[in-house]
Structure formats: structure tokens, C-alpha cells
Write a protein that binds this ligand. Structure first.
Ligand SMILES: *Cc1c(COP(=O)(O)O)cnc(C)c1O
Length: 399
């Protein structure tokens, strides 16, 4: 990986626009070109060999590296303040490849109960088959997590804020606990994005993102990315280049374009989420509202300490349960009812159909996810329009 400017003197918003692009803009292009080539040609056999064995910079084959993909990785590396970054076909590939790179039979993982549904399935269904022991702690119960870590483990896996009830874990505190056991610690930073939270700053080993969500931002490309120190990221890169969950250059192009407006989008989405959460909180049809920006959120103080803004995701439950949700959700005009989040359009869905569709009702209950929980990913629409839309949809709910 070539050493590039970190745009250190600039703010994150500026880095999102400019960082990681210059060496890739060939022919004077003002944008990073989409390179579709699977393989790269060499007339000089010695040079080809040097590149192939990693002694010289260059590209060999698309499963390993690609210039467009690399430019995206550079942008993310700089935004997370990392030594290195590598990318994947999806967020789940980023998570599974990172886990499989480091875990061995007999290892123990300490994690929280409400990680993303797919992540939870890796822990509950696939890793136990490899004789890996997983301990699930109540999310946000810091003392319980610390106690479990202190019993000894190889990996601590966190997500903060979580999907879908937006619970928050104190990253700095968990790093301390993990490091005392010489355990690795990974954080899924999808909900916060690198503009709102940089877990590496607190000593986290790997930061993981589903780029499909806020980073791309337009719900039209899948991807994943990890950032961390060079040694760890290179190990995961090697696992990925052999096992093949490579990001498609098309997706990388969309991600680069999406990242340019990340700060604009996130600023709007976070401001609107706060207003919508406060509106919902005082609404008689609403039972509970989950948003870390609310003063009575159980970990508002931790969120304030480690996050720049509180994110564009919120969720809420309704007093009349699923019956009310069934009356309300179909009437929203300004929302895609879909299993996605982080898009420019507002996206909604019941948790039982979206993030936690893989879980049984009993598992969701255990996870503290009400069956009637509505996940509301705030888009970039005008916030008054969104609130009016919710208001008119509420009018269809039987009192
Ligand atoms: C969506 C999501 C993932 C998985 O990402 P994909 O790109 O869908 O594979 C992982 N973690 C979180 C928090 C997510 O929201």
C-alpha cells in the first residue's frame, strides 16, 4: 500500500470528499475511475514477479486488489485514522472473515446479546460447530461484560450503537477489560459511521462497517470494510483474498461517491432523528422510544462521551403492539418499508421482519426486542415533512 496524504489538517467532512483519491485519478480524471479489469498485464517478467510476491506495488488479479476498490479503502482508512483498511463484498463478509482469521478451536468470545441479527447467527449457529465458545452478555451491562472478559477470552466483539434498540457500550472501558486479558477487541461501527465515532482512538483492534448502509448511503450497493493496524488488517486481507469475499469495483465506485456526501447526509439525519425521537416520545400512541440522543436514554452520557452526534437510527414500540404497527406502517408515504437502513430515503420496518428476522420470537424476547418494535432509519428528507407523515399515519391507528 502506497503511503498517501492523510489530509491531517482537514476535518472529517473534507477528508470524506478528498482523501484517498489522488494516485488513482489517472489521465487527469477529476474522479476515481471504475477499473473493470480482472487481471493486469506486465511486459517485464521480473517486475511482474516482484509485484506478485508483494515486493513492488501493483495489481495482479481482481480477487486480490483493484485500484477503485483500493481508493475506497484508502478513504475509509483515513476517515477511521487507521494504519490500514481492507474491504469485502458485504458487511457480513467483513465480520465473518475477521472472525475466521483469528479464531481457533477452543477459543472463547465475549460479546453482547444484541449484535446485528446476522452476526448473532455466526455466534449462535456457526462458530459453536468449530468448538468456539461464545458468551452473550446483556448489552450495556458493563459490569457483567467485564466479569465475563476477566474469566479469560481471546476476543471481545462489540457493536455500538446496536441494531435495533440503539443501545450503547462504553468502548474505552471495554478496551481496558479486553487488553487486561490480551484479548482482541472488534467494534462494529456501522450505526455511528467514522464521522460520529472512531473506536480505534480508544485502542480497539479492528473497526468493522457494513458499507451497505450509511457509507454508500443510497441503498444501491453492498459492501463491507475493516480498519485497524497493519499487521491485523493484512492477516484479514490474506484470508479474504484466498477465500474470495472481495468487494466488486462497481460497489467501490458507489461507495466513493456516497462517502463524498457522508457528512452532509449524517448531519441532516442526526438532527432529524433527534427531533423525530422527541416528537415520538410525547405521542400518546407510542410506548417506548430508543435513541441515544434522548436525555433519558440509559447510556446517553456514554454516547455523549464517545460519539460526535447520535446517529440517524431510532426505534420505537407502540402501545397497541403489532396491531397498531400493522395499521400505522403501511400508511407512511415518505418511507420505504424495507430491510435496510442508512439510505437517503427514510426506511422503516418491524425488527422482527428486518434486523432480527433470523431469530425466533423467544430469541427476540430474550434480546429485549418488542415484537412491535419499529425501526426508523431517518432519511435526508425535510424533517417537518417526515413528522407530518408520521402524524397522518398515526391517525389510522385504532384508539
Ligand atoms: C447491515 C448490517 C451488517 C451486515 O451488513 P451487510 O452489508 O448487509 O452484509 C452488519 N452490522 C450492522 C450493524 C448492520 O446494520
Amino acid at each position: 500500500m502506497s503511503s498517501l496524504s492523510n489530509y491531517d489538517k482537514h476535518s472529517q467532512a473534507t477528508k470524506a470528499v478528498w482523501a484517498g483519491e489522488k494516485p488513482y485519478r489517472v489521465h487527469g480524471a477529476s474522479q476515481v475511475p471504475l477499473v473493470h479489469s480482472v487481471a493486469y498485464t506486465y511486459d517485464d517478467l521480473d517486475h511482474w514477479y516482484e509485484v506478485a510476491i508483494g515486493n513492488a506495488y501493483g495489481h495482479i488479479y481482481g480477487r486480490n486488489t483493484n485500484p477503485t476498490v483500493e481508493s475506497f479503502e484508502e478513504k475509509m482508512r483515513i476517515l477511521e485514522g487507521a494504519e490500514a483498511a481492507t474491504s469485502f463484498s458485504t458487511g457480513m463478509a467483513a465480520i465473518s472473515n475477521s472472525l475466521h482469521t483469528f479464531l481457533r478451536p477452543g477459543d472463547r468470545i465475549v460479546t453482547i446479546k444484541d449484535t446485528y441479527g446476522g452476526t448473532n447467527k455466526i455466534f449462535s449457529e456457526f462458530l459453536p460447530k468449530l468448538n468456539i465458545d461464545i458468551t452473550f452478555c446483556d448489552t450495556g451491562e458493563h459490569e457483567q461484560v467485564e466479569k465475563e472478559i476477566a474469566k479469560g477470552c481471546q476476543l471481545v466483539y462489540l457493536e455500538t450503537p446496536t441494531n435495533p434498540t440503539v443501545k450503547v457500550t462504553d468502548i474505552e472501558r471495554m478496551v481496558k477489560a479486553a487488553k487486561a486479558q490480551n484479548a482482541l477487541i472488534f467494534v462494529d461501527n456501522t450505526f455511528a459511521t467514522p464521522l460520529n465515532q472512531n473506536p480505534l482512538k480508544y485502542g480497539v483492534d479492528l473497526v468493522i462497517h457494513s458499507a451497505t448502509k450509511f457509507l454508500g448511503g443510497h441503498a444501491d450497493a453492498l459492501g463491507g470494510v475493516i480498519c485497524g493496524n497493519k499487521d491485523l488488517v493484512e492477516k484479514v486481507f490474506h484470508y479474504r483474498e484466498i477465500n474470495g469475499a472481495t468487494m466488486d469495483p462497481n460497489a467501490a465506485y458507489f461507495m466513493i461517491r456516497g462517502l463524498k456526501t457522508l457528512d452532509l447526509r449524517i448531519t441532516r439525519q442526526c438532527e432529524s432523528a433527534q427531533k423525530i425521537a422527541e416528537y415520538l416520545q410525547q405521542h400518546p400512541l407510542v410506548e417506548d422510544v430508543f435513541y441515544p440522543g434522548l436525555k433519558d436514554h440509559s447510556h446517553h452520557d456514554i454516547a455523549k462521551k464517545q460519539m460526535k452526534r447520535f446517529g440517524g437510527m431510532l426505534s420505537f414500540s407502540m402501545k397497541n403492539g403489532m396491531a397498531a404497527v400493522k395499521e400505522f406502517l403501511p400508511k407512511l408515504e415518505l418511507a420505504n418499508r424495507a430491510a435496510n437502513l442508512g439510505a437517503v430515503e427514510t426506511t422503516v420496518g418491524p425488527a422482527r421482519t428486518t434486523s432480527h428476522v433470523e431469530n425466533t420470537p423467544e430469541e427476540r424476547k430474550e434480546l429485549g426486542i418488542p415484537e412491535s418494535l419499529v425501526r426508523y432509519s431517518v432519511g435526508i428528507e425535510d424533517v417537518d415533512d417526515l413528522i407530518n407523515d408520521i402524524e397522518q399515519a398515526f391517525s389510522y391507528v385504532t384508539k
